[in-house]
Design a protein around this ligand. Structure first.
Ligand code: HEC
Length: 161
């Protein structure tokens, strides 16, 4: 009987050790999971390197290649709702999907590139995220194309006045 007490103490110590280990393991698992949580744009500091890279501009100059790529991706992924010229009158809308706002309204003309990239990445309101279909570098191409649509529309409107 006298042996049992120290043995129980040892067993308790061992349990203690493994308890610490599994807590550390759990903590590191949580850290990994946190990396994948979608953070709404503007509500938190840029969390991970991947997220920062996804939102970082590849440079402000829109090369013809970048715009071509953006146009191609826009026509595939965005125009079904936003319409080829961004007025919010795509085919899906004509079939009853709620109309998105026109890109040519004041507020969106003034929105920074980061806002468009963030909407593609995270979605907004009724619009789902397109992060799984439009990779980070293409989001900037699409954002540049959206901006070029806005400029063209503004020039056309200016010319007709
Ligand atoms: C299935 C339809 C659909 C598709 C496809 C779609 N959108 Fe949208 N988008 C919407 C709707 C609806 C809204 C309005 C969301 C709201 O305010 O509830 C919206 C809003 C926006 C806005 C304005 C956000 C604001 O600040 O008001 C931008 C910019 C935008 N979309 C960009 C894009 C881009 C770029 C793509 C392609 C990668 C795309 N959308 C694809 C439906 C769509």
């Amino acid at each position: 009987m006298r042996l049992i007490a120290p043995m129980l103490a040892l067993a308790a110590l061992a349990a203690c050790d493994s308890g610490t280990e599994s807590r550390e393991e759990a903590a590191s698992t949580r850290a990994v999971q946190r990396e994948h949580t979608a953070i709404p744009y503007g509500t938190a500091s840029r969390g991970t390197a991947a997220r920062a890279a996804a939102l970082a501009s590849p440079g402000s100059s829109a090369t013809p290649e970048l715009l071509d790529r953006g146009r191609e991706r826009f026509l595939i992924f965005c125009s079904p709702c936003h319409g080829a010229s961004g007025r919010g009158d795509g085919l899906v809308v004509s079939r009853g999907f709620p109309a998105p706002p026109s890109y040519h309204q004041e507020r969106l003309r003034g929105a920074p590139f980061e806002h468009i990239v963030s909407v593609i990445t995270n979605g907004t309101g009724l619009m789902h995220s397109y992060a799984d279909r439009v990779p980070p570098e293409d989001r900037w191409a699409v954002a540049h194309y959206v901006r070029s649509l806005q400029r063209t529309e503004a020039q056309t409107a200016g010319a007709s006045e």
